[in-house]
Ligand binder design. Structure first.
Ligand SMILES: NC(=O)c1ccc[n+]([C@@H]2O[C@H](COP(=O)([O-])OP(=O)(O)OC[C@H]3O[C@@H](n4cnc5c(N)ncnc54)[C@H](O)[C@@H]3O)[C@@H](O)[C@H]2O)c1
Ligand SMILES: [Zn+2]
Length: 359
């Protein structure tokens, strides 16, 4: 199966997303994208033992160092970023050094942030190994860490030089993580491409079987959609916010449950169903979205949460945003828009249903 390349077009900062099988096995010349000899690979204690040696073998003749950080969202912190910076200083990395992130979105976000900070920004390469990271977090240049006061509160835009997606790495990914990544794939179809959405309806079973051809196509199409949105609106002043479909509800779910109870993609799945309920969209389209998410084994309703937890969390969000909530509303499968105009009563009903689901 051929390797494909999707380009993120950003002038002189344009970069390729290379998608294929066994790319870590030597099928791609990663070294060609590194500006200088110094290179720090950042991975974690789970992914490092699986893929670090293979990645290293692709970088002969480089001054390589590797740092394995702890595994988990709770480690996406300034302290971890700081440990990466310490290592760069320790190896006397020069301005032409490269940080390579090998792992899921957590590793990518924190390593990218360290790369953005070291000497005001050094080269960065993403080697994403979760489906979510391959179709979402590794593309677009958002990097950052969490703070006790909020998720992703500290960060920077720092585009990678290369995103290398070896779809074979998905074979070792736990099933639940894989399904969570599918939520973002379905999101891309729902907001931007009705044909892709229909393809997903046809091919979901193959995807769940991790059929190589189906996976390559789904990853490629998702990256194309994300890349085109990012190329148009790199710093999210407008259209990029469409990628937040389902995310206002998802964040409320994540905040109410406590992070880590549900995976992000699971919260996004339920959030998209809720956002579709808030949209003036034909019921058939709502049903198709719900059915596809269900087939992917994802939740289509929020978790049982007592009382008004979701409502309260959304109120806090509203306050933080200067008194106005914005939602991505679905016009039909394949088309969405960003709006702060929505039916307040319908929102209350949707949140109310979530509360009454358990009482
Ligand atoms: N920067 C962005 O634009 C952006 C977009 C979406 C999400 N994110 C961030 O991404 C993070 C979530 O990323 P995630 O879902 O990849 O979670 P993650 O990085 O925590 O990875 C999930 C789990 O899978 C393990 N893992 C990764 N690859 C594996 C493999 N090939 N085989 C076996 N295990 C593997 C990890 O060690 C971890 O335990 C969040 O912090 C979120 O804020 C960032
Ligand atoms: Zn998301």
């Amino acid at each position: 199966m051929a390797t494909t390349t999707v380009t993120v077009t950003l002038g002189h900062r344009s970069y390729p997303i290379v998608i294929g099988r066994n790319l870590l096995g030597g099928n791609y010349d990663i070294a060609a994208h590194l500006p200088g000899p110094d290179c720090l690979i950042v991975s974690n204690e789970t992914v490092g033992p699986l893929y670090l040696d293979r990645l290293k073998a692709n970088l002969p003749g480089r001054k390589l160092d590797a740092l394995l950080v702890k595994d988990g969202e709770v480690w996406k912190t300034l302290a971890t970023a700081s440990s990466i910076l310490d290592r760069l200083v320790g190896m006397r990395a020069r301005r032409d050094a490269t940080v390579i992130a090998l792992g899921g979105g957590v590793v990518g976000d924190v390593a990218g942030f360290a790369a953005a900070c070291y000497m005001r920004g050094i080269a960065f390469v993403q080697v994403p190994t979760t489906l979510l990271a391959q179709v979402d977090s590794s593309v677009g240049g958002k990097t950052g860490v969490n703070h006790a006061g909020g998720k992703n509160l500290i960060g920077a835009f720092h585009q990678p030089r290369l995103v290398l997606i070896d779809t074979d790495t998905l074979l070792s990914l736990p099933d639940r993580e894989f399904r969570a990544g599918l939520a973002e794939v379905i999101k891309h179809g729902a907001i931007a491409d009705a044909q892709f959405f229909a393809w997903l309806e046809e091919n979901m079973v193959k995807l769940l079987d991790k059929d190589a051809e189906a996976l390559a196509f789904a990853v490629r199409r998702s990256c194309e959609i994300k890349a085109s949105v990012v190329a148009e609106d790199e710093t999210e002043r407008g259209r990029r916010a469409l990628l937040n479909f389902g995310h206002t509800f998802a964040h409320a779910i994540e905040n109410s449950l406590g992070y880590g109870e549900w995976l992000h993609g699971e919260a996004v799945a339920a959030g998209m169903v809720m956002a579709a309920a808030l949209s003036d969209v034909d019921q058939r389209h709502r049903d198709r979205l719900r059915d596809l998410l269900e087939t992917a084994g994802l939740p289509v309703a929020p978790p049982p949460l007592g009382g008004n937890r979701l409502r309260e969390s959304m109120e806090l969000d509203k306050k933080a945003r200067g008194g106005q909530l914005r939602f991505v509303l679905l016009d039909r499968i394949g088309a969405a828009r960003i709006s702060s105009e929505y039916c307040a009563q319908r929102l209350q009903d949707i949140l109310g249903q979530a509360a009454s689901a358990i009482s």
